[in-house]
Write a protein that binds this ligand. Structure first.
Ligand SMILES: Nc1ncnc2c1ncn2[C@@H]1O[C@H](COP(=O)(O)OP(=O)(O)OP(=O)(O)O)[C@@H](O)[C@H]1O
Ligand SMILES: [Zn+2]
Length: 753
């Protein structure tokens, strides 16, 4: 596995002669190299795989992990061997072993597999695991003292005897603690240490995590809930790999039920991880957890701050963080005793990381469970076709909660044909929907309008010359944000002031907003319902978790009448007084050639609809659509999600589209269209072929220019029985691209942009 140091890495101090009794170890660095580098270490360091070490690299010091010398990958995923071995006498030395818990074998294997599956450098996957306090200074953990058998000649003074009596219990203590507890000076402690009667030991790290109590407040379960909870508890108690799909209509108690699986996991002393698609929107979830277990869970996401990251990382590693709830990256925490992973809203595309290591956290959670031998539970009201196919094939167990908890009924759905009853010109809410909102507000119930589009208008057009305002760096229209008087690109950071005249024909007052974003819907709603208390929920208006939590609390306190929001409002919120959900543009998302456009639309709209009528008052959902005959609209109307998914399956099966076949995308990007075309053509010429193997493209990506880079795509499609990784390895090996061309590999693509 280990590969040669490029000469770059052996300059500087040069190689020291290998001392007798030194050990040769591969060290994986959190960087995009093809594999670990060999280093040498004095045998006295006694390095083991998993130890976190500091090593020289060029003239820097880097933190890495002693890696395994043997290959842990299955043949399908194995990489072609790389590099040659460096001679012993040219090896550089490991500088030190850091006082951090080692990465266990299960995690190292997981890193290797994820790297191999996604065709990423293993160091980049390791970086996700190490990403904590490694940058900058390593923390110096507190050290203390512990007794060891004293040498025979130890001189025993009364002060020393006091210390030894205190320390006889074997508990480690700091110098200060010993001095004050034994009533002696610090010098006495030092004297005993120098005499060999005490030795230093690392003190246990801080334990900031209170222990969740599985018996704190268990729910009363009946019927299907009880059966599902029992089945989940059995899976957890079996302590072996399994995957269970927990499927249930919105408001059926899925969260409540998987908390029971966590309780079972806690009861047997293991750790549980819960992955949520958007942890910043989890205020209500945290409260539920706290009610159930008496304490808050450990939290992991990109915005928790250095200290919290470090503590959670160490808590995962030493087992003191018993339950971690996090975004997808939490999957790479070094759990010492994992017993369960829950993937809530498993169908969410947010589980797919689209940059750096391109991976799907749901699928990799299943992999981690398989490698380490513990159960994984995937949860959804509208499972992905991938998961349904796994359930159908018997690979996943399937548990179903068919009804809402507490006798609440599912909302009634009404489909408004916008062709027959259009809104007034320039407006977007149809008379019927307006009437529904008015009567809901009159009953002092809450209503919600959903439109998955930020800003005021998605397109600004010159009425005189037809010029469209586009991003100078992307193939995308600029979105008007009227509150801020700017046009902004939703794919890059570009923002510009709203121009007064058309940039092309210089006409004044000719630029027109086309189509609605939620700002525009809000404007319309304010005119229609001047007395309503309106709350806008989008990432533009909610600055972060605290603001979101406050907004949610306001809704719960009934200080809001009408909620207007983007997909943020679709999340698992429980708003008991919300009885009407209006979907402004149900067709949005169905355009384009995305394989999963229909599936994704139904999942999103079903989830939004599920916010209505969750308590005693029944809910109502109004869908505004210009294509009411579309199968997605019909399925939303009938509520027959299963039937819709069966139709989806029938459409994908014959062409070997996932989940009945495999896909991998190559995304080629370059500074100029020529360079991109040239590289893409090379991949086209060397494209793999054979029975069950097909390559589509090269073709310009729908986002043909992104952040100034020109993008081309190729799509490899194979039969399910054919692994794409070896094909991709061979293919990538055939093409030499220039340094300015970037090739990204996306195995199991979710986005086709
Ligand atoms: N057995 C139970 N005892 C008491 N309350 C329950 C029980 N089951 C569910 N609930 C309550 O019913 C509401 C809906 O449950 P929950 O949020 O778990 O459903 P869900 O299926 O996860 O919903 P969604 O998919 O819409 O997020 C919650 O307020 C929850 O606390
Ligand atoms: Zn842009």
């Amino acid at each position: 596995m280990a590969q040669a140091h490029p000469s770059l890495f052996t300059h500087g101090s040069g190689a020291d002669p290998a001392p007798v009794g030194s050990q040769r170890v591969p060290v994986l660095l959190p960087m995009p190299f093809a594999g670990p580098f060999d280093y040498k270490a004095p045998a006295s360091m006694a390095l083991q795989p998993g130890d976190i070490v500091s090593v020289p690299l060029g003239n820097r010091r880097e933190t890495g992990v002693v890696w395994d010398t043997h290959n842990t990958l299955p043949p399908d995923l194995a990489r072609p061997p790389s590099g040659k071995t460096v001679a012993d006498n040219r090896l550089r030395s490991v500088a030190e072993r850091l006082e951090l818990p080692p990465l266990n074998a299960e995690l190292r294997q997981f890193v290797d597999w994820v790297a191999a599956y996604t065709l990423s450098p293993p160091g980049m996957v390791l970086a996700m695991t190490l990403r904590l306090h490694m940058k900058g200074s390593t923390p110096t953990p507190a050290t203390g003292w512990i007794v060891q058998p004293p040498p025979a000649e130890l001189r025993l003074t009364p002060a020393r005897q006091k210390v030894l009596a205190l320390m006889a219990d074997g508990v480690a203590r700091t110098t200060t603690d010993i001095a004050s507890a034994a009533g002696v000076s610090a010098g006495v402690v030092k004297g005993l240490a120098d005499a060999g009667a005490l030795r230093t030991i690392l003190l246990e790290p801080e334990r900031p995590f209170a222990q969740p109590d599985p018996l704190h407040h268990p729910p009363v379960l009946e019927g299907a809930q009880k059966e599902a909870a029992t089945a989940l508890r059995q899976s957890v108690n079996a302590r072996c790999f399994s995957v269970t799909l927990l499927e249930g209509v919105t408001g059926s108690g899925k969260t409540e039920i998987y908390l029971e699986a966590i309780a079972a996991c806690l009861e047997q002393g293991q750790q549980a991880l819960v992955l949520l698609p958007e942890i910043a929107l989890s205020a209500q979830w945290m409260d539920r957890f706290t009610r159930r277990f008496g304490v808050r869970p450990a939290v992991w996401h990109s915005e928790i701050g250095q200290k919290a990251r470090r503590l959670t990382w160490l808590g995962a590693a030493d087992g003191s963080a018993r339950v971690v709830v996090g975004a997808r990256s939490a999957l790479f925490l070094p759990f010492c005793n994992p017993g369960l992973i829950i993937v809530d809203e498993e169908h969410e595309s947010l589980f797919k990381q689209e940059e750096g290591v391109i991976y799907n956290a749901r699928d990799m959670a299943v992999l981690r469970g398989r490698l380490a031998g513990f159960p994984v539970v995937v949860v959804s009201a509208t499972p992905s076709l991938e998961t349904l196919a796994n359930a159908e094939a018997g690979r996943y167990q399937r548990l179903v909660l068919p009804t809402r908890h507490g006798g609440a009924s599912l909302p009634q759905t009404h489909l408004l044909d916008m062709r027959a009853a259009p809104p007034p010109r320039g407006l977007f809410l149809s008379p019927q929907l307006v009437e529904d909102i008015a009567s809901t507000l009159a009953r002092e119930e809450q209503a919600m309008l959903f439109l998955n589009r930020r800003g005021y208008a998605p397109l600004t057009l010159c009425r005189t010359c037809g010029h469209r305002m586009e991003c100078p760096h992307c193939t995308a229209w600029l979105v008007e944000h009227r509150n801020r008087h700017v046009l902004s690109c939703h794919y890059c950071d570009h923002t510009e002031p709203m121009p007064a005249v058309c940039p092309t024909c210089k006409s004044e007052d000719s630029l027109t907003a086309i189509g609605p974003g939620i700002e525009r819907i809000t404007e319309e709603a304010r005119q229609l319902f001047p007395d309503a208390r309106i709350l806008v929920m989008s990432s533009d208006t909610l600055g972060g978790p605290a603001a979101t939590a406050e907004a949610v609390a306001k809704i719960a306190r009934r200080e809001v009448d009408l909620i207007i929001g983007t997909q943020i409002v679709a999340k698992g919120w429980h708003f008991p007084h919300l009885t009407l959900v209006g979907i402004v543009d149900a067709d949005l998302g169905l355009g384009g050639a995305d394989l999963r456009a229909g599936e994704r639309t139904i999942q999103l709209l079903h989830q939004v609809a599920g916010r209505a009528g969750r308590a005693s008052t029944p809910g109502r959902v109004v869908l505004q659509s210009y294509t009411p005959e579309h199968p997605v609209m019909q399925a939303l109307l009938s509520g027959d999600f299963d039937q819709f998914m069966e139709q989806e399956a029938e459409q994908r099966r014959p062409g070997f589209w996932p989940p009945y076949g495999r896909l991998a995308a190559l995304i080629i990007s370059a500074d100029t269209p020529q360079a991109a075309d040239e590289a893409a053509a090379q991949f086209g010429r060397t494209a793999p072929y054979g029975e069950g193997i097909q390559v589509l493209g090269p073709a310009p990506a729908p986002l043909a220019i992104l952040r100034g880079r020109h993008r081309r795509r190729l799509l490899l499609r194979t039969w399910r029985s054919i692994a794409v990784q070896p094909i991709l390895h061979r293919w990538l090996g055939l093409v030499q691209v220039s340094r300015h061309v970037r090739v990204e590999v996306d195995v199991d693509p979710v986005s086709f942009l």
